[in-house]
Write a protein that binds this ligand. Structure first.
Ligand code: GRF
Length: 223
């Protein structure tokens, strides 16, 4: 007998590294908290720990090494073909360290999410923790957003704020931010799976209401 009337959301996760966000999704799916099926995990780098996490969970893995391609366009075209083979409802970028072509972002518009370790629109790009410290920010954090052609620029779904503490270095701050990543990414994906979170005309909506530019705001309830 089916346990739910809504079929599970088919998700393909793209990674380039350790895959701690992937692990949060695997754990959520296994506990039944997250109504998704991870159809495949694809990495652009061989031998990363995220692939081990996926294999340990019995998930299909594939490596598509960008170094074997002559251009960004040919890599992205091959990646699209690889992803589409699994017919996902949602593509999840979880530490996928690639700049994407407009063709790629257009193809998955409204059905691709990314997590970026800053309070977007602040600190797009790399080294966000150090840059937040250098700028003397009182708060830092992480944003889940829909992916558009603009790097780290699509409409935000959820943002978690963490305080910057006296004496913080980039590693300590990153750890605190990562704990929030593992909360808000599964939450955003759950809302998407339930049909509560959608992208419409370039904006993120939650339960039919326009979200603020920062997305749904969560304050970390730990230091
Ligand atoms: C995370 O900090 C995420 O915000 C960023 O890349 C990192 C990936 O970490 N986009 P992991 O591979 O999920 O552990």
């Amino acid at each position: 007998m089916p346990t739910s009337s809504r079929p599970q959301l088919r998700v393909v996760v793209l990674i380039s590294g350790s895959g701690s966000n992937l692990q949060a999704l695997i754990d959520g799916a296994n506990s039944g908290e997250l109504p998704i099926e991870i159809a495949a995990v694809i990495s652009n780098r061989p031998d990363v720990f995220g692939l081990t996490r996926a294999k340990d969970a019995g998930i299909v893995t594939q490596v598509l090494d960008h170094k074997g391609f002559a251009s960004r366009e040919t890599f992205d075209a091959a990646l699209m073909q690889t992803i589409d083979h699994y017919q996902p409802d949602l593509v999840v970028l979880a530490g996928f360290m690639r700049i994407l072509t407009p063709e790629f972002t257009r193809h998955y518009l409204g059905r691709m999410l990314n997590i970026h370790p800053s309070l977007l629109p602040k600190f797009q790009g790399l080294h966000t923790h150090q840059r937040a410290l250098d700028a003397g920010e009182s708060h830092h954090g992480v944003t889940v957003h829909f992916v558009t052609a603009e790097l780290d620029g699509g409409p935000a779904a959820i943002q978690a704020r963490v305080p910057v503490l006296p004496g913080d270095d980039a590693t300590q701050l990153a750890k605190r931010v990562q704990r929030q990543e593992h909360i808000i990414y599964p939450l955003a994906i759950k809302w998407f799976a339930q049909g509560h979170l959608v992208m419409h005309e370039g904006k993120a909506l939650l339960n039919g209401e326009l979200l603020p530019a920062s997305g749904y705001q969560i304050e970390a309830n730990e230091p």
